[in-house]
Design a protein around this ligand. Structure first.
Ligand SMILES: NC(=O)c1ccc[n+]([C@@H]2O[C@H](COP(=O)([O-])OP(=O)(O)OC[C@H]3O[C@@H](n4cnc5c(N)ncnc54)[C@H](O)[C@@H]3O)[C@@H](O)[C@H]2O)c1
Length: 265
């Protein structure tokens, strides 16, 4: 078993929101965190990926920024090669980056362009990033560099909840859910756990544009736990997965949704 201070975690879309919360938590857990985001300006340490790096370092942790677009095959390759060249190990991959449609449109009107954009960032990106990272993980696991590499996908309650005004998002997250099962099945022989974390309604820049709508729904009883989720709620679950507490639950989904998924009468 590796010492936590040697471990490396890669978190995609970690410049803000849930990814930021996960990166902060993993840094506290002792990982060197590769903070990935498609937006990353070294001149801007007040927001985005370099703010996350600065805040981690100020707290005594270790972080590097790797700017990459997970929907780009070339960027995915460059990022995994960077991790291999710089650290020669990857203990935890957290597929967090994701987008909502630029515009909510009824499923009877929504465009193929929006479908392709959302699917390529939310599903194709993590699917093939995981393929590339997993090949390396198997190698590092077999040569004894890494004891138990682990993979997490951040999906959504939209994996099983219909929102016809953003169907492409729901389909992408349902696909992520299946990707988890596929990789969990395939990587089980190497002892590499793959888990899905399903956030509910989490207060981040992504949801700030619909805050009023969800404030009202939560006040009216949408969630048994009557509050917004926070990035830290998701990060604590990822932390437990990273520790190995859920290793025997490979392929499963853990919802972080304040009870959203409970059927109620
Ligand atoms: N906020 C919620 O309520 C909620 C609920 C369920 C699931 N999720 C999921 O959690 C994840 C994070 O959501 P969030 O609310 O923190 O979103 P966010 O928009 O606040 O942050 C997402 C980050 O990902 C980055 N990103 C976008 N496209 C990228 C790309 N192609 N390559 C690399 N980075 C990219 C963005 O620049 C941004 O920093 C997403 O997958 C989202 O679908 C969020």
């Amino acid at each position: 078993m590796s010492e936590p201070e040697e471990c490396v975690a890669l978190v995609t879309g970690a410049g803000q929101g849930i990814g930021r919360g996960i990166a902060m938590q993993l840094a506290r857990d002792g990982y060197t965190v590769v903070v990935n985001d498609v937006v990353a300006d070294p001149q801007d340490t007040a927001s985005g990926a370099y703010e996350v790096k600065r805040t981690i370092e100020q707290a005594g942790g270790r972080a590097v920024v790797f700017k990459a677009d997970i929907s780009s095959p070339r960027d995915r390759e460059a990022m995994v090669e960077y991790v291999a060249g710089e650290f020669a190990r990857l203990d935890l991959l957290v597929n967090n980056a994701g987008v909502a449609p630029k515009e909510r449109m009824d499923i009877l009107e929504a465009t193929e362009e929006s479908y392709d954009r959302v699917m390529s960032i939310n599903l194709k990106g993590p699917y093939f990033l995981t393929q590339r990272a997993a090949r390396r993980m198997v190698q590092w696991q077999e040569d004894g560099t890494v004891g138990t590499p682990r993979i997490v996908f951040i999906s959504s309650i939209s994996a099983y909840t219909s929102s016809p005004s953003r169907g492409e998002y729901c389909v992408s997250k349902a696909g992520v859910s299946m990707a988890v099962k596929l990789y969990a099945d395939r990587l089980a022989e190497y002892g590499i756990p793959v888990l899905e974390v399903r956030p509910g309604i989490i207060l981040t820049p992504m949801t700030s544009v619909v805050k009023g709508k969800y404030d009202k729904l939560i006040a009216e009883g949408l969630l048994p736990l009557k509050r917004w989720g926070r990035p830290e709620d998701v990060a604590r679950v990822v932390s437990a997965i990273g520790r190995g507490d859920l290793d025997y639950s490979t392929g499963q989904a853990i919802e972080v949704g304040g009870g959203f998924g409970i059927r109620r009468l």
